[in-house]
Write a new protein. Structure first.
Length: 195
């Protein structure tokens, strides 16, 4: 059952697009100066924490956050930690999309030429399985990635549908911890920010 294992979800620091609210999946952009400072703060917060495994999205913003926080040498790239593929909505804000499609939501509407929430949920399930396999009872696994994939991963950890990741807000440069209360999977810390 892997009771006692913790998954530490670490969202990358700020980018120009996270600041503007643009949907960012395949576009590989760097952190802003503020994002780099946040990654340094993450490193200070995580100093002394021992992880059995560290997995990171292949995208530059996640790898850069992981490296600045001090976990680059230990990190293994995991393609399943890539952000939700937003298809034709890549680079657009929700407000821009709603100007064309009133009421549009990434959580409830089709993502043309992109991924379904359920497909992202399957990727999250694979990350959870690898994380559990990589650790022992009481161990910790760090996952450096992006907002929507981590929100969906939290939903799947709790046994919820992928679309219910909509219930969990997640800021840039934040730390969240998924764990156990006896035999039940729970959220032990959510959206720990450094502002």
């Amino acid at each position: 059952m892997n009771e006692g294992i913790e998954l530490w979800l670490i969202r990358h620091g700020e980018t120009e697009w996270s600041l503007s609210g643009q949907h960012t999946s395949r576009t590989d952009i760097a952190l802003t100066d503020h994002g780099r400072r946040r990654a340094e703060e993450l490193g200070e917060f995580l100093k002394g924490t021992s992880f059995n495994a560290v997995f990171v999205s292949p995208m530059q913003r996640a790898r850069e956050t992981c490296a600045i926080a001090g976990f680059g040498p230990q990190a293994v790239i995991d393609n399943d930690l890539k952000e939700w593929d937003y298809g034709i909505y890549e680079g657009k804000t929700t407000a821009q999309i709603r100007a064309e499609i009133p009421g549009w939501s990434v959580w409830k509407d089709p993502i043309t030429e992109g991924e379904t929430a359920e497909h992202v949920g399957s990727r999250a399930d694979a990350v959870i399985a690898r994380s559990l396999a990589a650790s022992s009872v009481g161990g910790k696994v760090a996952l450096f990635a992006h907002a929507h994939i981590l929100r969906i991963l939290a939903a799947r950890w709790l046994g919820l549908a992928a679309r219910q990741g909509s219930l969990f807000a997640l800021g840039t440069g934040s730390v969240s911890v998924l764990g156990w209360e006896r035999e039940t999977r729970v959220i032990t810390t959510w959206n720990r920010s450094f502002e």
